[in-house]
Design a protein around this ligand. Structure first.
Ligand code: IVH
Length: 727
């Protein structure tokens, strides 16, 4: 019998699992940056499903088991899919697969004909064709509403913009909605990541993230920005050109395989395999590896045949999808709120290989955290060559029981981060030795210690001048989410320090061409004249450094490496206070009143400015001409307290410009319409927000109305607003 204490424990574990899964989903879908591996995610999800099966009262509508994962990003217009896009239930071994076959047999009397497909590790999209022409391409989003990425189709070769009919094939349906997977082939992925490394940027964790990151870029805006810069004769042209070219190249390399049908008016196939044949005849890409099979043995053969060759195919797969072929039977089986009962994903176990652990070294991070990592004999696993893997901290090394010199098991969990699983104890020969966590910083020799008692991590407290930390901070300053300085990559940061050009980030903006000439990294020898000149990259670095002095305040804040102050908090802080002077004058209470900035960030922010050498950085950057305030319009904040939603495409503004203008005037720009919304500004092709405004009676403004709102305020705008019907 269960006791109240048991119940509380079960409920607490349930909550823990839900929180972990939700956080992982946000990281995965919202930011294209997974925090845990797919395998870890699957383990959490399986535990949650089992727990809920045992305690059905725990299940709520917002449990991850009841919803399809995914968070919508705000950059794109939302688009509602014509039919809901479901996810798939997973099985992890042949017993679980057998249980699925048994259920089919129970419900249908026998196991029906099945379609076997590869489960491509990419990004699900939904394409709608009207009268044979592409009307929209959208990401899956939350399954009901996705992001409209149609603007990128212009540069994608994998998505046909027009369909055609085959003489012997079926006619084109009036409305055709297909679903498919967008992905990169492994060789393209490797090239893309090499290029990222060349640029000094962090490579993508896996092809799926690369595909998501590529598709969710506003390439049309980049091109528009480039055109504008060109027209204005701006110095940014070459850089913008390079960026736009790169974005286009990435889009061109994306591939598509159609794996499902949504709405199809005037098209009524009887089987999925017929539907695929028709879809292919209209010019859409389907998978050549798909097989129609008539028994369970053939399904197992299919699974086995690709288990062996899975790294031999051109793209990443993480399993096989088995689907009932008959659409009538699919209808009979139906679906849960999350996934159809007529399909199942068989997930392959992550590939595990063996290799020699040559050494365990430690890395000193940007905040001084000291992390051990394994150096291994290079080995190929899940498509890429691996020679390093993090071991997180000293107790993790102990827990795994690995010794230097051991043969170890290694896997890339969910094709993401290489992980050392443990030693192959049987093949030890006695020459292996235990890893000893250093007591002093390998970079600067300072004694290491935990930040506070009980921390598992130890840190190098010499934040100011430890070369390893300094290098990480310099590299961070140049990164895309901070001051975005071309040429300030990992190698350049090392050279600046090693060759004595910098001893702190304070001097970064004082660097001159003469300084750089002292470092071989930045020079190119001119063999004919025998003298030394700046390399092309060094020139670009200096130009980009000069341009970086004029970046927005939030980027400067991010560049300072203040604990907990990432782009989101920095943007809000900059928006509210507008200048470094105002920010430094603010007290904790004022800081923590800013949206998204809690007590922790506010305290970290203030503490940072209490350190002399931190203040020196800010002061010397300012002295070198780094702009420490945002350029604000002098317009009075006459829209203070007003909440506005912008939807659709405007002619005279980009969305960002409209948002900035409204915010400058004091308005709050939000993403969703509610009764409290003051106005909804509607451009061309508005989405469901327009309908919502009408149904809630919120006044709607067109672009001219927006001008009135900005220039003359809310009252004047109300007069020109489209009055909701019946009001
Ligand atoms: S069918 C209603 N088929 O896997 C069925 N999905 O884990 C929905 N995926 O969201 C999907 N290859 O992005 C299907 N051959 C395939 C697939 C496939 C990859 C992805 C898809 C889906 C996810 C579910």
């Amino acid at each position: 019998m269960s006791t109240a204490a048991d119940d509380a424990e079960v409920r607490a574990r349930w909550q823990e699992l839900v929180d972990a899964i939700d956080a992982a989903r946000v990281a995965y879908y919202g930011h294209d940056a997974p925090t845990i591996s797919d395998a870890e995610y699957d383990v959490l999800f399986a535990e949650l499903t089992a727990l809920e099966a045992e305690h059905p009262t725990l299940v709520t509508g917002d449990s991850p088991t009841q919803t399809v994962g995914g968070e919508r990003a705000e950059m794109f217009e939302p688009v509602e899919h014509l039919e809901r896009m479901l996810s798939l239930d997973n099985v992890f071994d042949t017993d679980e697969l057998q249980a699925w076959f048994d259920r089919l047999a129970r419900e249908l009397g026998a196991v029906p004909e099945l379609v076997c497909e590869l489960k491509i590790d990419g990004l699900a999209v939904d394409a709608v064709y009207r009268e044979g022409r592409l009307a929209s391409l959208a990401t899956r989003g939350d399954g009901r509403i996705g992001e409209d990425v149609t603007a990128n189709v212009a540069w994608m070769t994998c998505v046909p913009v027009a369909l055609h009919t085959h003489p012997d094939g079926p006619p084109l349906p009036e409305v055709l909605e297909v679903r498919g997977e967008v992905f990169f082939n492994l060789d393209d992925f490797a090239e893309i990541n090499d290029h990222m490394l060349d640029l000094g940027r962090t490579p993508y964790a896996n092809p799926r993230n690369a595909a998501a990151g590529t598709l969710r870029q506003r390439v049309d805006r980049r091109v528009a920005e480039l055109d504008a810069a060109r027209a204005a004769g701006s110095t940014r042209v070459s850089r913008l050109q390079a960026e736009a070219d790169r974005a286009k190249d990435l889009l061109r390399r994306l591939r598509l395989v159609v794996h499902g049908l949504g709405r199809a008016d005037g098209f009524a196939p009887t089987t999925l395999s017929d539907a695929y044949a028709a879809i292919e005849s209209w010019g859409l890409p389907t998978a050549a590896t798909t097989r129609l099979v008539d028994d369970q043995v053939a399904v197992r053969d299919y699974i086995e045949s690709f288990a062996e060759t899975r790294t031999g195919i051109a793209h990443d797969i993480d399993g096989v999808v088995v689907k009932v072929d008959s659409l009538a039977l699919q209808g009979r089986l139906g679906a849960t709120s999350r996934a159809p009962r007529w399909a199942i994903a068989y997930k392959y176990p992550p590939e595990v290989v063996r290799t020699r652990l040559l050494d365990i070294r430690v890395n000193v991070g940007r905040t001084g955290r000291v992390t051990p990592y394994g150096v291994m004999a290079p080995v190929k696993v899940s498509g890429t060559t691996v020679e390093m893997a993090t071991l997180h901290n000293a107790s993790e090394v102990k827990r795994k029981g690995v010794l230097i010199g051991d043969m170890v098991f290694l896997r890339k969990a969910g094709e993401i981060i290489p992980e050392i699983l443990g030693p192959v104890v049987e093949v030890r020969d006695g020459s292996e030795r235990a890893f000893v966590m250093p007591t002093h910083c390998p970079s600067c020799g300072t004694e290491l210690r935990p930040e506070k008692e009980g921390d598992v991590d130890i840190r190098c407290p010499n934040a100011r001048s430890c070369p390893a930390q300094l290098r990480e901070r310099l590299f961070h300053i140049g990164s895309r989410s901070a001051l975005d300085i071309e040429g300030l990559g990992w190698k350049a940061a090392g050279a600046l320090l090693d060759d004595g050009l910098l001893t702190s980030e304070a001097g970064l903006f004082d660097l001159t061409a003469e300084d750089l000439l002292r470092s071989p990294f930045f020079t190119a020898a001119d063999s004919t004249a025998g003298d030394v000149r700046l390399s092309e990259n060094a020139r670009k670095f200096l130009a980009s450094l000069a341009a970086a002095k004029d970046r927005d305040l939030w980027r400067v804040l991010v560049a300072l490496s203040i604990r907990h102050v990432g782009p989101t908090a920095a943007r809000e802080l900059a928006r509210v206070f507008g200048s470094m002077v105002e920010l430094r004058a603010a007290d904790v209470e004022q800081l923590s009143a800013v949206e998204g900035v809690g007590a922790v960030i506010a305290a970290a922010f203030q503490e940072w400015f209490e350190v002399d050498w931190h203040v020196e950085i800010v002061d010397s950057w300012a002295a070198a001409g780094v702009r420490m305030a945002d350029q604000r319009s002098s317009a009075p904040r006459h829209l203070e307290g007003l909440s506005v939603v912008v939807t659709g495409t405007l002619a005279g503004f980009t969305r960002d410009q409209a948002t900035a203008a409204l915010q400058d005037a004091g308005a709050k720009v939000t993403g969703s319409v509610s009764k409290r919304t003051g106005f909804v500004v509607v451009g061309e092709n508005p989405g469901s927000k327009f309908d919502k405004a009408i149904s809630l009676g919120v006044p709607v403004l067109d672009e001219a109305g927006l001008q009135v709102l900005l220039e003359s305020g809310a009252e004047a705008a109300r007069e020109v607003a489209q009055a909701p019907s019946g009001q």
